[in-house]
Design a protein around this ligand. Structure first.
Ligand SMILES: [Mg+2]
Length: 238
């Protein structure tokens, strides 16, 4: 554990999910493949849909609705619906198809292998502090065994704009009933997690991705309070 700023009082801990509590890379890769295969199989008119076309649809949605990126689930659902409409399905068929695609997406998205170290660490920290999850993504901790550790989960879209915007950080403090400065936020991203949290007055812990170096990173605008390489290091704060 490396300290860059003095840590103050800690009354609660908030966590990013993806690549902070588990390795998200392979899961998301497999999920993307399965999601595309599902849409291709859904209707003969979609059998030739390619990932590049799907990404183009996502980008064009973002151009017409610049705020849609805050809610990655809704953004994806709308892109699938658009692809289905473009392939000639009726509005009703496309809406039903997009919903089915999202159910399939959530199923694959949840096949996450959470390391035992994460369970151990959250269990220990949870005895001392209330824990909260704050995510920009679409992972649902209750679907892969992490739901019980958290007082609540905040997700970008339904709970505000995505990090680094401060909406969810403030909402966490408000719901927990603690001063925002007494919260430690833990995350792997120097912009969304570290800079976002520090800028709104929280304390921040950066969980360093393998091989990363704070002083070399191009996105290190604000120093975290602490840096760790393994989640279990947090138990030394108890
Ligand atoms: Mg992350």
């Amino acid at each position: 554990m490396r300290f860059y700023r003095p840590l103050g009082q800690i009354s609660a801990i908030t966590f990013d999910l993806d690549d902070t509590l588990y390795d998200n890379r392979l899961v998301i890769q497999r999920t993307e493949q399965e999601a595309l295969a599902f849409v291709q199989r859904y209707h003969p008119a979609l059998s030739n849909l390619e990932n590049t076309e799907f990404h183009r649809l996502r980008q064009s949605l973002r151009e017409t609705e610049p705020d849609i990126y805050h809610d990655v689930t809704e953004w994806r659902r709308r892109a699938v619906e658009r692809a289905m409409l473009d392939a000639g399905l009726t509005a009703e068929e496309a809406a039903a198809g997009a919903n089915a695609a999202m159910v399939n997406f959530a199923k694959w998205r949840s096949r996450i292998d959470v390391p035992e170290e994460t369970h151990d660490t959250l269990r220990k920290l949870g005895k001392k502090w209330p824990l909260v999850a704050i995510t920009n993504g679409n992972a649902q901790p209750e679907l892969f065994g992490l739901g019980d550790y958290f007082e609540f989960v905040l997700r970008a879209g339904p709970d505000g704009r995505s990090k680094p915007f401060s909406d969810m950080y403030h909402l966490a403090a408000e719901r927990l009933g603690v001063a925002i400065g007494d919260i430690l936020h833990v995350g792997d991203d120097l912009t969304t997690d570290v800079a976002g949290a520090v800028r709104c007055g929280m304390q921040a812990c950066w969980i360093k991705p393998e091989g990363a170096d704070l002083l070399q990173a191009s996105d290190s605008r604000l120093l975290p309070h602490v840096e760790i390489s393994r989640l279990a290091s947090l138990t030394t704060l108890i």
